[in-house]
Write a protein that binds this ligand. Structure first.
Ligand code: CO
Length: 183
């Protein structure tokens, strides 16, 4: 039975806390946290169930967003004609990244942020991460490109207490970087 946990919002400094690596093999408690995070995202993308639980649709959620300051995040990206990208990453580290940057034309959103913050967020166009993947129960090294790479960087930012709008240019939020790829 799914029991909704309260999302830590940006109206409290808790969301700015730093998260720590998790010990492997996972404790029962940390496994339950992994299960919760992916289930939250799966339900949030299901049109009927998200209403039942009053969940805002999201593609990713990090443990600090439910008040657990651990380096774990879940992501689920469904794009037409492509296989689903579904992971629960434990202790993810970015081991390589592109020089080329990318940004979402529509800006980013976050389950912890209720107000809109207009502006572009420039991130790396691709990143390779190493992590333990709870869903496959294995250490993996994986390259993400484009939108999924942006999601990965957004979620990893939560471990340092960084929110997407921290990256927006304050003086000129819609400033275009000519070399960056628009997504
Ligand atoms: Co977020």
């Amino acid at each position: 039975m799914f029991k909704v946990r309260e999302i830590v919002k940006d109206n409290t400094n808790l969301i700015r806390n730093k998260s720590k690596d998790v010990q492997l093999p996972l404790s029962k408690e940390d496994e339950e946290l992994c299960e919760y995070l992916i289930e939250h995202i799966r339900i949030s993308q299901d049109d009927e169930r998200n209403q039942e639980f009053n969940l805002r649709p999201g593609v990713g959620i990090a443990a600090p967003q439910v008040g657990e300051f651990k380096r774990i995040f879940a992501m689920l990206i469904k794009e037409e004609g492509k296989p689903d990208i579904e992971h629960v990453f434990v202790n993810p580290k970015i081991v390589s990244e592109s020089v080329v940057e990318a940004y979402l034309a529509g800006g980013e959103g976050c389950l912890s942020v209720e107000n809109d913050h207009e502006g572009y967020i420039y991130r790396k166009f691709f990143v390779t991460i190493e992590a333990y993947d709870y869903l496959t129960k294995s250490m993996i090294r994986k390259k993400f490109r484009g939108y999924p790479a942006i999601v990965v960087q957004h979620e990893i930012d939560h471990f340092s207490g960084t929110l997407y709008y921290d990256h927006i240019n304050k003086k000129n939020p819609l400033k275009i970087k000519e070399d960056a790829i628009q997504i």
